[in-house]
Design a binder for this molecule. Structure first.
Ligand SMILES: *Cc1c(COP(=O)(O)O)cnc(C)c1O
Length: 357
């Protein structure tokens, strides 16, 4: 059987959840498990995150999957509902929603009593300059006052556009607007921290923090490693060597013959490719790890296979190759690919087998 495999380290996930608790001891933790738990597989991750206070997802389908698996914690739909029909389902299933525009407020008001009777909080989104979702600072105060007058329990919510960047001027603007609205609507619950903000601004942890990428052990910062942050990679993505070829100087490997050996070279063919979600385009030398040792990928990544240079290594058929994990960090593969760890994790296909270690 083809052995492209994703292993999920539940202990690493628990370790990272504890890191959130250390960094934000007084806040409740809304663990972000959208996009199939950032590609890790929601089922295994929910079990490991059993101690979280709540979950955050991007849509109703993702929330219902959590309920079907039997988890009863609060769930927040971070983009709210997408149609009026979804309102009844969120009430029945005890799912909390974000409201970020007038139409969603109308849908909510139409079922006001049922929503409030379930003790569900309503998350009201401030647009403080990211300009994706939310009410502007001059409208949200009225929106919240009205919701409170109607008897809703509100959470003021906001998302930073540049929490990963030092000294971006928008950070200060977003903070100031958030604090202004929080003050004007006091008393009100508040939530504005994703992973990067949890690390950077402990003073903004407030009532709920919303960690995503740090739970999975990848860095939200381009200039800080998981070691710097004391978090542990959760996913190990591996495949096996399925062929060995010795090529001579002047010979090439793979599509386009982009790698041409300059000396006798021992190549190993590994059963992984972009059909599994391994990225194809690299503008820096990319590596895999074998027994913790860095091994260069050579030639083009194909749909099902890559070639690696195992000259002077004792590689054999069946030798396990780590594409990313604890030795070859997903953040480093992403950097060589011109993207971020988030994307590589989320865009894994469903072809790799998923196993517990
Ligand atoms: C995805 C998401 C998060 C988590 O962000 P990370 O950078 O992965 O920690 C937090 N809040 C909202 C609203 C999100 O959409």
């Amino acid at each position: 059987m083809r052995q492209a495999t994703v292993y999920i380290d539940s202990e690493a996930l628990q370790y990272n959840l504890n890191r959130v608790k250390q960094l934000a001891p007084t806040a409740k933790i809304v663990s972000m498990v959208k996009a199939n738990a950032y590609g890790h597989g929601v089922k295994d991750c929910l079990a490991a995150l059993a101690n979280t206070d709540a979950f955050g997802v991007a849509c109703l389908e993702e929330a219902l999957e959590i309920r079907e698996l039997g988890y009863q914690q609060p769930i927040t739909l971070i983009e709210g509902i997408f149609s009026a029909e979804e309102m009844q389902i969120v009430i029945d299933q005890n799912i909390e929603i974000v409201v970020h525009h007038q139409q969603q407020l109308d849908w909510l008001r139409a079922q006001k009593d049922a929503y409030i009777a379930k003790n569900l909080k309503i998350w009201v989104k401030l647009n403080s300059g990211m300009n994706r979702l939310g009410f502007k600072v001059d409208e949200i105060i009225d929106v919240i006052h009205q919701l409170k007058a109607d008897g809703f329990n509100c959470v003021l919510a906001m998302h930073f556009a540049n929490a990963d960047a030092d000294n971006h001027p928008l950070n200060e603007q977003q903070k100031q607007q958030f604090l202004h609205v929080k003050e004007a609507c006091a008393p009100i619950l508040a939530s504005c921290c994703n992973s990067a903000a949890i690390f950077k601004w402990p003073e903004l942890n407030f009532d709920f923090v919303r960690p995503g990428i740090m739970l999975y052990g990848a860095s939200p910062f381009a200039d800080k490693t998981v070691e710097d942050l004391d978090i542990q990679p959760v996913m190990t993505f591996t495949a096996e060597i399925i062929a060995l070829n010795t090529i001579q100087a002047g010979e090439s490997v793979g599509y386009g013959s982009t790698f041409i050996a300059d000396k006798e070279t021992e190549l190993a063919i590994v059963s992984i490719g972009y059909g599994d979600g391994y990225p194809r385009a690299f503008f820096k030398q990319n590596y895999v790890a074998i027994n913790g040792q860095k091994v260069p990928v050579v030639g083009r990544v194909a749909m099902d296979m890559i070639a690696i240079d195992v000259t002077d290594l004792n590689a054999q058929l069946g030798t396990q190759v780590e594409l990313w994990g604890k030795h070859r960090l997903v953040d480093d593969v992403a950097e060589a690919n011109g993207t971020i760890g988030y994307e590589l994790l989320c865009r894994l296909s469903n072809r790799p087998i998923r196993k517990k270690p």
